[in-house]
Design a protein around this ligand. Sequence first.
Ligand code: SF4
Length: 352
Amino acid sequence: MGNPKAFLTIHRKEAGYRPIHDRIHDFGEVEQTLNSNDRRQQASRCMDCGVPFCHWACPLGNKAPEWNDALYKGDWELAYRLLNSTNDFPEFTGRICPALCEKACVLNLVEHEPTTNREDECAITEHAFQEDYVRVEQPERNGKKVCVIGAGPAGLVAANRLNHMGYSVTVMEKNESAGGLLRYGIPNFKLNKAVIDRRIALLEEEGIVFKYNSPVDVEHLPEGFDAYVVSTGTPTARDLKIPGRELKGVHFALEMLSQQNRVLAGMEFKKEELVNAKGKDVLVIGGGDTGSDCIGTAHRQGCKSVTQIEIMPRPVDGPDDPKNPWPNWPRTLKTTSSHEEGCTRRWNINSL
Ligand code: SF4
C-alpha cells in the first residue's frame, strides 16, 4: 500500500462519458479515460483492507488491492500481470462489468466514494496492449485435442485456459465472428468490437483454431477430439404471449442489438429485414441493462422518443437501500448513459 492516507485526501474521480450532443450521433464508446497521473491517484485510494470486501464481491476474485498498489507505484506491467492472473480478458470486464467490487468496497460504506476498480482495470489493460506487455505464449502441447462449442465469453475463457494447459483447442462458432454476446449483444458504444478482434488475433497466434459459420448438433459431435466443452449460452429469447406480440415492429431486444452491430461491421440487410427505430416512438419492455442498450441504440438510429417500462417498483434513489445495505449489491435506481440521453421511465407495469 503506497499511500496509506490517500483515501482521506483524494476523492473518487470518474472519467465520465462524452457529452451527450457529441456521442448520440455515433456508435463510438461513450466512456472517456483519465490521464495516467489521475489514474494512479485513483489507484492510491485503495486501502489494502485487512478484509477486502472487493474480493468477496468479485466473481473472479480479482486482486484489486495488489494491482491498485502496483498501478499507484507506476509498475503498469506488474499491475497487468496481477490483474490477468485472475481475469483472462480484463479489457472486456474493464468496460462492461457492473463492478460488484466497487459497490462492496469499504470506501463505499461511509463516504460512498469507492475505488475506481473497473476504470483502473481498463486503463491497466489498454496500457498493457500499448506497451506490449500482453505477450503471445506458446505452451508445450500435451497431445490432447479439445473442441469448444461456442465462442462467447465462457467459450473463449475455456479455450484460453485449456490452450495454456497444452491442449490443442478448436472453437466451433455458429456465427461469422467470435465473441457471442460481447459482439452481438453489447452495443459498440459500450464495447468497441476492435477490442474483441485484438484478443481473438492473440488467441489465434497462441494456437487456438476458430471455425466460424459452424453450428454443432450436440447429438452428433464433431469427431477427432478427446473432450468437448459446451458453451452455447442461452440464445433462445423468453417470449411474451400478449395481444399484439405478432404485430409488425415488435422485436426481441437481440434482434435489434445484434443486427445493429452487424450493420456497423459492414453487413447488409434487405430493407424489409431492418429493425430500425428512425422516426419512431419506441417502447422498451424491461428495465434492465439489455433494455438500456436498446434505448441507446434507438437514440443513435434516430428515434422520436423512447419509453421504458419495468415490472418492478421504482428502486430507491441514492447509493443505499436501507433494506439491503452494504456490502450487498445495492437495489437502487440505476441511470445509465443511455437513460441520460433521454427516456421516459415507468414502473410497476406488468405487460402480461
Ligand atoms: S475494499 Fe476497496 S479499499 Fe479495500 S482493498 Fe478492496 S478496493 Fe481497496
